[in-house]
Design a protein around this ligand. Structure first.
Ligand code: PMP
Length: 346
């Protein structure tokens, strides 16, 4: 890996970050706070939250087997994706390489930040090769985006190829594990010590059932996390979100239970979906959704919308012609989908 200083935008490396009142004083003993121009009434929402969310990070760390200093928390993992561009990619000069198809925000953030986005098409099994990614890179490639399990295809990417990329690429490799709680494969968090160029993204939005509180996690070396902390908005995670996430970490057995029942439902739903007349193929998945090729994705999508059932039409996505992406819901929700499609006049 290149030195972090070489990968970081020079203005960011040199940046002296904003120092908030809560950064300058963070001791516990004081009881009179006249430093942050807050209103003394309406506790507890009158006070700014901890800018670095230490209490929450100390709860997440043992669940994920990392140090609190290896965790960045963002307003969804989308914030971490955007900050990776802002920290490492010089607008108009640097580029990133990503698999295609994949999660759309990698490209949107590239466009917002005026960074060239190079994509490398997956093969017919929705797999990638490290060689292909490296062939698309040059001396200005700062980041590579991988998503495993991938969205919208649902499958895990080949672990050996990810490890090969981590060994051979001199920039940063981002492995987005938004859906990894639904997969049997171990997380790449266990590779953080061996690979200082690895950034793992996870989120509270999927298995943790907390999409509304907007909390995403990036895991990496403490030095790299320090760069993201330096450029984030001072109070990017509000107090209500921090409190709710702390509550969730104290009942992560509940998350395990949700995952177990969603995996059972996934197996049942995929089996039944495969029997439908309109279904041509159900792709294997490691996530809480699956991709299915149908005879006419647009028509079926519209038919379902008319019945108040919304799936995602992915027909315009590379390699996904006539594909619908179906999220696994509760048993009654899945039954509603199946019943509607059994009545679909194909
Ligand atoms: N990564 C992937 C692969 C996703 O599919 C999504 C959301 N659909 C995200 C990240 C963003 O998640 P968050 O809610 O944490 O911003």
């Amino acid at each position: 890996m290149k030195k972090l200083e070489e990968l970081t935008r020079p203005n960011i490396w040199a940046l002296k970050p904003y120092s908030s009142a809560r950064d300058e004083y963070s001791g516990k003993e004081a009881s009179v706070f006249l430093d942050a121009n807050e209103n003394p009434y309406n506790a507890p929402n009158n006070r700014y939250p901890d800018p670095l969310q230490w209490e929450l990070k100390r709860k997440i760390a043992p669940v994920k087997h990392v140090l609190p200093e290896q965790i960045f928390l963002g307003n969804g993992s989308d914030e971490a994706i955007d900050l990776m561009y802002r920290a490492f990619c010089r607008p108009g000069r640097d580029n990133v390489v990503a698999i295609e198809p994949t999660y759309g925000m990698y490209k949107v953030c590239a466009d917002v930040n005026d960074v060239e986005y190079r994509n490398v098409r997956l093969d017919a099994n929705f797999q990638f090769k490290a060689d292909g990614m490296l062939a698309a890179a040059d001396g200005n490639t700062k980041l590579m985006f991988l998503c495993s399990p991938n969205n919208p295809t649902g499958n895990n990417l080949d672990r050996k190829e990810i490890l090969s990329l981590l060994e051979r690429f001199e920039g940063l490799v981002i492995v987005d594990e938004a859906y990894s709680d639904f997969s049997d494969e171990p997380s790449f968090l266990t590779e953080l010590e061996r690979h200082p160029n690895l950034v793992v993204l996870q989120t509270f939005s999927k298995a943790w059932g907390c999409a509304a509180i907007r909390l995403g996690m990036a895991f990496a070396s403490p030095d790299l996390i320090g760069i993201l902390n330096k450029i984030k908005y001072p109070y990017n995670i509000n107090r209500l979100t921090q409190q709710e996430a702390i509550r969730m970490t104290e009942q992560h057995y509940q998350v395990k239970q949700w995952v177990r029942s969603l995996l059972e439902e996934r197996a049942r739903l995929m089996k039944e979906f495969g029997k439908l007349d309109c279904c041509r193929h159900v792709y294997p998945t490691d996530a809480n959704f699956f991709l299915a090729e149908v005879d006419d994705a647009k028509k079926i999508y519209d038919y379902l919308v008319d019945r108040g059932i919304i799936v995602r039409n992915r027909t315009n996505v590379t390699l996904c012609h006539n594909c619908l992406r179906v999220t696994v819901g509760t048993r009654p929700e899945n039954d509603a989908l199946l019943e509607a499609l059994e009545k679909y006049p194909s």
